[in-house]
Unconditional design. Structure first.
Length: 126
């Protein structure tokens, strides 16, 4: 049985970096069943910019404060215009550090139910 990687991804340190234009991290992301390359650039110690190869999917993740939280709480959280992103620091069996990612589609305003209109004949209180 094959593992379902839908809405999951991974980022590894880019040790092949040739110059400043190359991303700090590279990997892949599966967005709604479509797998594509994923890249990341470190903005600061607490913020990382993430973007797809075509540049259409981009956003940022920030380091979280895990103090007092469950071990399962993400080390990094953020989002793009269309998805929330959570990331956990992991170490492979070979000792390589990487970031395991999970994404969740944001609720569109169109998908959300419209608030019920509340009309009354009562006078306004002011």
């Amino acid at each position: 049985m094959e593992y379902d990687n839908t809405n999951r991804g991974v980022l590894f340190a880019n040790y092949q970096r040739q110059d400043q234009a190359d991303p700090d991290y590279s990997g892949k992301i599966n967005i709604e069943g479509q797998e594509q390359p994923l890249y990341a650039r470190v903005q600061s110690d607490t913020k990382v910019e993430v973007y797809s190869a075509d540049g259409l999917w981009k956003g940022a993740i920030s380091k979280t404060d895990k103090e007092g939280k469950s071990e399962k709480y993400p080390d990094w959280k953020g989002g793009t215009a269309t998805h929330w992103i959570a990331g956990w620091k992991k170490t492979s069996k070979k000792g390589a550090n990487f970031l395991s990612l999970s994404i969740e589609k944001k609720q569109d305003a169109v998908d959300a139910p419209a608030p019920a209109s509340k009309q009354t004949d009562e006078p306004l209180p002011f």
